[in-house]
Design a protein around this ligand. Structure first.
Ligand code: DSN
Length: 449
């Protein structure tokens, strides 16, 4: 017998075992009945899930295809080469490395390839949309903690919700004048990216000042692949990192795309520097997801952006303070709502969760100035990519905005709204933008007999 973590005394191993499966099935049921609005998540197709459940997940294949340090990789190599080929096609990239096991892992490989400890990196602060992997050492951010990089933030314009080009150039000018080191690496992109970043306007400038320029497209990779967002590699960046499961079709993982001249540096920075074995079942899943994206990506990405713009306007018209109004609220899958006059973002997050509407709190660019932090944010973040994959369009975006209005602004009974959400969701159980759509999107796929 083993002591229970939640005070259950003496659960037997078989009881723990059964409990895990019960919880998994309950999770699936809950998501079948919920509206998923977390901007960094998506639903993967049964095809991707099948690939992920394959024996690849039990194998080792360190290194590059055809250069492995293990036997048994005959088919693994073929799948990985196909995966790389599709990634190059999807992102019009000369080099694709599909081995990073996450977006953070991909960013660490980029830091490894292009920086030395104590170098300066320029990126967005977390409150302005940067990712924790861009963060300073004093906040336990990845770049500071792992590579000891000094972080210089991009100046950010709250109104346009974007990097301020002239202020950025001025900041670099000031560093030059003060004889301070200039950024060796620049990271565009991040975790809140409603509008294209000024890549064209700034990349040449940074190159002239000796920096390598990267774009963290973790959030918008599916929109780039679908031709609906800025295309950073064509706009001049040297390298782009992605997550494979946010606006892309999963499974969870990362990848790096670049120009050919960076291939050797990146290849070594991934293996052996920062990845040993690279989750081969997820490489198989990425390959299937890339095939789906090549076939269906354009229609999907167009609908995602239309849905995001629709829900943003609907929320605004109903009285919510949606940021970025001047620029049309969003040109991606994500929007940010300032709820600071109503309640903390965390309170709204829980209120909505009780009615099966799943989203997350988010810092506003000006939250730190007002003394707010990650648990007392002034904002919430909404992403529509998963709902889009479930087939939702304009009318459903209106309906979701109405649910949120009734809960947050009209204080209607949350149990009643939850029942309406469950009813609403019944019509959206299939996955769209996939080759095979017979299995339901959140169906619990049982392999055990
Ligand atoms: N930062 C997470 C998000 O955007 O939800 C992903 O790493």
């Amino acid at each position: 017998m083993v002591a229970g973590v939640n005070g259950e005394q003496g659960m037997k191993p078989i009881e723990y075992y059964n409990k895990v499966f019960n919880l998994l099935e309950e999770h699936h049921r809950w998501f079948q009945q919920s509206i998923p609005l977390i901007a960094s998540e998506n639903i993967s197709s049964p095809a991707v899930r099948e690939a992920v459940a394959s024996d690849f997940g039990n194998r080792y294949a360190e290194g590059f295809p055809k250069e492995r340090v293990y036997a048994g990789c005959r088919y693994i190599d073929e799948v990985e080469l196909l995966c790389m080929e599709m990634a190059r096609e999807l992102f019009k990239a000369e080099y694709a490395d599909v081995r990073p096991v996450s977006g953070v892992n991909a960013n660490i490989a980029v830091y490894t390839a292009f920086t030395q400890p104590n170098d300066v990196m320029m990126s967005l602060s977390i409150a302005s949309g940067g990712h924790i992997s861009f963060g300073k050492k004093q906040f336990s951010g990845t770049a500071g903690s792992v590579k000891n990089l000094e972080i210089e933030y991009f100046p950010f314009d709250y109104e346009s919700m974007n990097i301020d080009v002239e202020a950025t150039k001025a900041k670099i000018g000031e560093r030059l004048k003060a004889n301070q080191p200039l950024p060796r690496l620049v990271m565009f992109g991040g975790s809140v990216l409603p509008f294209p970043h000024p890549v064209k306007e700034l990349t040449e400038f940074f190159h002239e000042h000796g920096a390598t320029v990267c774009y963290d497209a973790a959030h918008v990779a599916g929109l780039i692949g679908g031709g609906q967002f800025q295309d950073p590699l064509q706009e001049g960046v040297d390298v782009m990192t992605i997550s494979t499961h946010k606006t892309l079709f999963g499974p969870q993982g990362g990848a790096i795309l670049s120009k050919a001249n960076h291939q050797e540096a990146l290849k070594k920075a991934v293996f052996p520097a920062t990845v040993s074995n690279h989750h081969l079942h997820h490489v198989a899943g990425k390959a299937v997801a890339f095939a789906e994206m090549l076939e269906f990506g354009k229609d999907y990405a167009r609908q995602v952006v239309e849905n995001a713009q629709t829900i943003a306007k609907e929320l605004y018209d109903r009285g919510f303070k949606v940021l970025g109004k001047k620029s049309g609220f969003t040109r991606s899958h994500v929007l940010i709502v300032d709820v600071s006059e109503i309640a903390y973002g965390s309170v709204i997050e829980r209120l909505l969760e009780d009615s099966n509407i799943i989203l997350n709190r988010n810092l506003l660019p000006y939250d730190i100035k007002f003394g707010r932090h990650y648990d007392t944010t002034g904002g919430i973040r909404i992403g529509v990519q998963e709902c889009t994959r479930l087939g939702m369009k304009r009318d459903e975006m209106r309906q979701i905005a109405e649910f949120i209005e009734r809960l947050v602004l009209k204080n209607e009974d949350k149990e009643r709204i939850r029942e309406e959400v469950v009813e609403f969701r019944k019509r959206f159980q299939k996955i769209h933008y996939a080759f095979e759509t017979a299995t339901e999107a959140y169906e619990y796929l049982k392999i055990r007999s």
